[in-house]
Design a protein around this ligand. Structure first.
Ligand SMILES: Nc1ncnc2c1ncn2[C@@H]1O[C@H](COP(=O)(O)OP(=O)(O)OP(=O)(O)O)[C@@H](O)[C@H]1O
Ligand SMILES: [Mg+2]
Length: 318
């Protein structure tokens, strides 16, 4: 009964149509989000050393995909890690950027945050630091990382006086910087907040993916998310929304089925990506500092993340 009430509230939500989704495009927008020239230039050692059969020369520009939802615990970090691993498994050179002061992605990849000399904090705050200077290889072949540090929590205050503070990240992910990085996919693990760091991510990204878990509250937070995206659109008019990524989905759960129906009803123009099943293996793989693809390669969760990676690959570079 409680569940039904929540979804009905959602379904009756007039203001939540796709009119405010991130795919609204103005007439002068092209289909390629960022005019980045195809490149075969030298990549930094960190990225290049780990790339397995790099497919960066397929003719598609390097793309930034942000896994964003201001709600906590929707599997943003787990999805960034495993989709990164799945894209790397497909032969792409992938860079993940941890932009959450919790540094969950950094720790999940077994990196000791105490010993970091540079982190995503420096990327945002220090004009002289480039992304290529910070990117480091991970134990997952083909996946490199710009790690995070708890210092990132104070970036908000430090950015207050910065010139064009919303564009700090996008300046660091310029076409030239992307060439230098040599990564075909740049995946951003976002913090569970709507702050200046989040705004920087929304301004810098080409594509948005919204991890969402089957819970009535998940849908209730979407108006604020889309409102923020709509406000940021002025600064990033070519961003595209690749859709929702349902996570922690229990196959037989009525809650999950109802959420997916509600997403289709409320956002008919947005894609609902393949669901990621609920499984304890996700947490178990983190305990091994590994991806689920490595820890349990044939598990339903690993297969689901592979499927999502294929979908994203198709959407970004058809
Ligand atoms: N498919 C899954 N099945 C079961 N548990 C999962 C699954 N994916 C993620 N989890 C668990 O859910 C919790 C939250 O996941 P995660 O840290 O990826 O979310 P998040 O959105 O990044 O959180 P935050 O908002 O705090 O950054 C973790 O304990 C994680 O192990
Ligand atoms: Mg996280």
């Amino acid at each position: 009964m409680g569940e039904q009430t929540a979804w009905r509230f959602t379904a009756g939500w007039g203001g939540m149509s796709t009119r405010v989704d991130a795919n609204d495009r103005t007439d002068d927008e092209g289909s390629t989000p960022v005019a980045v020239q195809e490149s075969r230039v030298r990549a930094p050692r960190a990225t290049r050393a780990t790339a397995k059969g790099d497919r960066a020369d397929t003719g598609c520009a390097p793309m930034v995909i942000a896994f964003f939802n201001q709600k906590g615990g929707t599997a943003k970090t787990t999805s960034t890690l495993n989709i990164g691993a799945a894209l790397a498994e497909r032969g792409h050179s992938v860079l993940a950027i941890d932009l959450d002061p919790q540094a969950s992605l950094t720790m999940a990849l077994g990196i000791d945050i105490q010993s970091l000399e540079l982190s995503s904090y420096d990327l945002l705050i220090d004009e002289g630091v480039t992304a290529a200077m910070i990117a480091q290889p991970t134990r997952i072949p083909g996946l490199s990382l710009i790690p995070s540090h708890p210092d990132l929590a104070v970036a908000e205050l430090e950015l207050l006086n910065a010139l064009e503070r919303e564009r700090s990240l996008s300046r660091k992910l310029s076409p030239e910087a992307r060439k230098e990085l040599g990564a075909r996919f740049i995946l951003i693990d976002c913090p569970p907040s709507l702050n200046i760091v989040s705004i920087n991510i929304l301004v810098a990204m080409d594509y948005l993916v919204i991890p969402i878990e089957p819970h009535p509250l998940s849908i209730m937070v979407l108006p604020r998310l889309f409102d923020t995206v709509a406000r940021v659109r002025r600064l990033n008019p070519t961003m595209r929304n690749l859709g929702f990524l349902p996570t922690k989905v229990h196959g037989t759960s009525r809650l999950a089925k109802e959420m997916i129906v509600a997403l289709h009803e409320n956002f008919p123009d947005l894609t609902v990506l393949p669901s990621i099943p609920l499984s304890v293996q996700g947490a178990q793989s983190v305990a091994q500092y590994s991806s689920i693809l490595d820890y349990s390669p044939r598990s339903p969760v690993a297969e689901a993340y592979r499927q999502v990676a294929r979908e994203l690959e198709k959407a970004v570079c058809p």
